[in-house]
Structure formats: structure tokens, C-alpha cells
Ligand binder design. Structure first.
Ligand SMILES: NC(=O)c1ccc[n+]([C@@H]2O[C@H](COP(=O)([O-])OP(=O)(O)OC[C@H]3O[C@@H](n4cnc5c(N)ncnc54)[C@H](O)[C@@H]3O)[C@@H](O)[C@H]2O)c1
Ligand SMILES: [Zn+2]
Length: 393
């Protein structure tokens, strides 16, 4: 029987400009960066700006709200701030659907359109949820990010993804939608508590481990200065981390992760699971530190990474102020298996296709495996526990 087929196949390309700028004092009326970025992006007579801001950031910098008000009053001829709406920061924003629902309600209430501009000011969690709301309202409202944590300035905020969690699974709902600009004000980092400041350092260690041995040496040399909050050291490490993340996304041929290869997710299969097992009491950075430690030991135990290099990695993680072990890592389910191991299949599902785990064969050199030996993994967990509770003096 003849089968009728009628097909139309057209190829089209969409090009993006990915613009990430480091600055200081972004809401000083003498700093034109934000206003000019919005004007170039929206080109309206008077662009509507809807601001969503991290509440703990406002508490940590009491003068910030009045600076924002003054900035938009100064630019009121071209920019119209419709609201400055604050949300409690942190992972709870991604875990509880009502925050996202409320955002949609506000976007609707303020009559925002695709030519308006949503400004997200905060940590990675707030950027993720606001980015998702901006990408899905009216199928995409113009969106600018102002990351305010070291982790979001050096990694997540510079990327092209957004997300919220669903059914205890990290980043289950989300889109690949490049923000129209990312403006990193390094001064915001001064307000971060120490534990959150160091969180950003671990993503720098990660990207150094998979791509850049010189950068790893720089972080080793600067470890004390980083812990002591030296602004020059922080700027150097966060900017280099951001550059590596951005170049990977824009030049590696897979910005929207259509393949299974995810080198930037080194240490993350375990990290995402640890965050969930700990009911998100472990920060993303602390969980990534443990994930990197685990996968580095695995790389050494499977014969790829030299013991001396492993020692350098674990020493640096600890020198920056992280623990390499947390009790959630050895939590077991009824049949005796480690709960963390379930993270492997969840990671596979999230990326799609074949399980692909990045490991390291040297500092600065990454490779991939498609399975992990559970017995060896359990030995690695024991090694980390041993190291943490019986440290060699
Ligand atoms: N979209 C991506 O590509 C991507 C990549 C990496 C990580 N992430 C996500 O980012 C999130 C982690 O982000 P994070 O590390 O920025 O943590 P976070 O957003 O949870 O912020 C940590 C805490 O710091 C507060 N805060 C933010 N800025 C502050 C400041 N300057 N001073 C004082 N307090 C401040 C927040 O309110 C929050 O309580 C995770 O949900 C992770 O999954 C996303
Ligand atoms: Zn991460």
C-alpha cells in the first residue's frame, strides 16, 4: 500500500550574545552599567522593571534598598521600576511551589510583557527560580541577573539554565534560557557569611581540576588569602572561575546539554543526592566539596589519579574550609545499600541517555566513565570517613 508522506524540513539558527560583566557599586548613580544594559536590551521609551531580590541580602546590606530606589529615581526618564519584591533566599525557594506561583501572580499583576525587564538580585537559588519564572511567563520575558554570592558569580549565575526542584529531585523543572545579561557586583560578596563565601571557591576548584592545572596552583597559593577574604584573591578566583564556565558553555558546542557529556558536573552526581538526603541542610557548595572528594578518591582507587595529586586535592578542599565527609554520605537504605548510590541513576535520568560520570586522571585533566563500581565507591566513602574522624597529625 502506498504511504503518503509530506514533509517540510528547514534548518534555522538562533544566535545568542552571552554578556557577563564584573563591576562594583552597581547601584551608585555614577555607575551607568545597569541602566545602559537595560536600555540596550529593551529599547522602550520607558522600560518596566520588575525587581526580585534576596531578603537576606537586604538585611545584610541595610542601605541597599534606598540605593536601589535612588538609582531608579535618577533614571526615571527611561526606566520605570514597577516593584521591588523580596523573597526569602536559599533552596526553600526552589523546593516550595508557592514561591514560583506567587512570582507568576506578581508578573501578571504588574502587567509585564516580553519587552519588560525582570531583574533578579540574589544567590543561585533565587536566580534559578526567577529565571524559570521569567523564561516561562509569556514564553520569555527579558531577564537580567545580578548574582550576589560567590558561587553564583563564579558559576551558576553565569550559566544559561534555570530550575526549581520537584518531588525532592534537584532541578527537575527548568529550561535552558540564556539571561540577557549577567552583572556581577563583587562588593555584594563582602556581606556573605564565611560558609557561603567559601561555597563559591569549590566550583573554582572543580573547574580548575577538569580544565586548568595552573588555575589549581593559583587557588592553592591563594587559599589562605581566600579564607581571610582578601578582595584581590576573591576577584581573581571568581572571575577566572566565571571565565572557564562561560567559555565551556559558549565554545564547547553543547550549550544546551544535548549530549550526555557534562564535565562541569564533576562531583555533582553525589552532591545533588547529598543535598536532597540532608533535606537541603547541606549547602550546594559543601555538598560539591564532598562530591569532588569522593570522585577524586574513586579516580585514584581505579588507577587513574596519582596518590600525590589526590592528596593535593583533598588538602585544598580542607584548606578552604570544607569538610570532605558528612554523615549523610554513609546513610543506608533497608537492604543495606548506601542511599547515595541512588544518585547515580538520578543523575543519569537528569542528563538523559547513558550514565556519564566525569573523573580526573590528573589535576587539570578530566575524562569520563559510564559505570561506577559500587564496592569501590563504598571503600571511598569509608576512606573519607576515616580521614575526617581520624585525621593524621
Ligand atoms: N542554574 C545553574 O546553572 C546553577 C549552577 C550551579 C548552582 N545552581 C544552584 O544555585 C543554588 C546555590 O546558590 P548559592 O550558593 O548562591 O546559594 P543560595 O542562593 O542558596 O544563597 C545562600 C544564602 O545566602 C543568602 N545571600 C545571597 N546573597 C547574599 C549576600 N551577598 N550576603 C548575605 N547573604 C546572601 C541567600 O539569601 C541564602 O540564604 C543551588 O540551588 C544550585 O542548584 C544553579
Ligand atoms: Zn555546582
Amino acid at each position: 500500500m502506498p504511504i503518503n508522506a509530506y514533509s517540510i524540513v528547514e534548518e534555522f539558527k538562533v544566535s545568542y550574545k552571552h554578556q557577563v560583566v564584573f563591576t562594583e557599586n552597581i547601584f551608585d548613580v555614577r555607575n551607568p552599567l545597569l541602566a545602559t544594559t537595560i536600555q540596550e536590551l529593551c529599547r522602550n521609551e520607558r522600560t518596566k522593571i520588575f525587581i526580585v531580590i534576596d531578603a537576606p541580602l537586604l538585611e545584610a546590606i541595610p542601605i541597599l534598598q534606598s540605593q536601589i530606589d535612588e538609582y531608579f529615581t535618577h533614571h526615571e526618564a527611561s526606566l520605570q521600576m514597577t516593584a521591588c519584591w523580596s523573597l526569602p533566599g536559599g533552596e526553600q525557594l526552589k523546593n516550595h511551589a508557592e514561591y514560583l506561583q506567587n512570582l507568576y501572580t506578581e508578573i501578571d499583576k504588574h502587567d509585564l510583557c516580553r519587552h519588560s525587564c525582570i531583574l533578579a538580585i540574589g544567590g543561585g537559588a533565587l536566580l534559578d527560580v526567577v529565571g524559570y519564572a521569567a523564561a516561562t511567563s509569556h514564553r520569555g520575558i527579558r531577564h537580567i541577573r545580578l548574582p550576589t554570592t560567590s558561587l553564583s558569580q563564579g558559576d551558576g549565575g553565569c550559566g544559561v539554565k534555570n530550575s526549581v526542584n520537584f518531588a525532592t529531585k534537584k532541578n527537575f523543572l527548568g529550561t535552558f534560557t540564556p539571561p540577557h545579561a549577567v552583572l556581577n557586583d563583587l562588593n555584594f560578596l563582602n556581606a556573605l557569611p564565611q560558609a557561603q563565601l567559601i561555597d563559591g571557591y569549590i566550583e573554582a576548584v572543580k573547574v580548575a581540576l577538569i580544565k586548568d592545572a595552573d588555575f589549581f596552583r593559583t587557588i592553592e597559593r591563594q587559599a589562605d588569602a581566600l579564607v581571610a577574604r582578601d578582595p584581590k584573591a576573591i576577584a581573581q578566583v571568581i572571575q577566572t572561575s566565571a571565565r572557564h564556565h562561560i567559555l565551556h558553555i559558549t565554545r564547547n558546542g553543547d550549550p544546551f546539554e544535548l549530549t550526555t557529556s557534562r564535565p562541569l558536573d564533576f562531583g555533582h552526581w553525589a552532591a545533588h543526592k547529598l543535598e536532597a538526603i540532608s533535606d537541603f541542610t547541606l549547602s550546594h557548595g559543601q555538598a560539591v566539596a564532598i562530591g569532588i572528594a569522593l570522585d577524586s578518591i574513586y579516580s585514584q582507587r581505579t588507577g587513574f589519579l596519582h596518590e600525590n595529586q589526590l592528596e593535593r586535592i583533598l588538602n585544598l578542599i580542607e584548606a578552604l574550609g570544607f569538610k570532605c565527609f558528612h554523615t549523610t554520605l554513609s546513610q543506608r537504605i533497608k537492604n543495606g545499600d548506601h542511599l547515595i548510590v541512588k544518585g547515580l541513576e538520578e543523575f543519569r535520568q537528569h542528563l538523559g541517555g547513558q550514565l556519564t560520570i566525569p573523573l580526573v586522571r590528573d589535576i587539570g585533566a578530566q575524562f569520563e566513565v559510564h559505570e561506577m563500581d559500587i564496592g569501590i565507591l563504598e571503600d571511598c566513602i569509608d576512606q573519607l570517613k576515616q580521614r575526617t574522624f581520624n585525621p593524621v597529625e
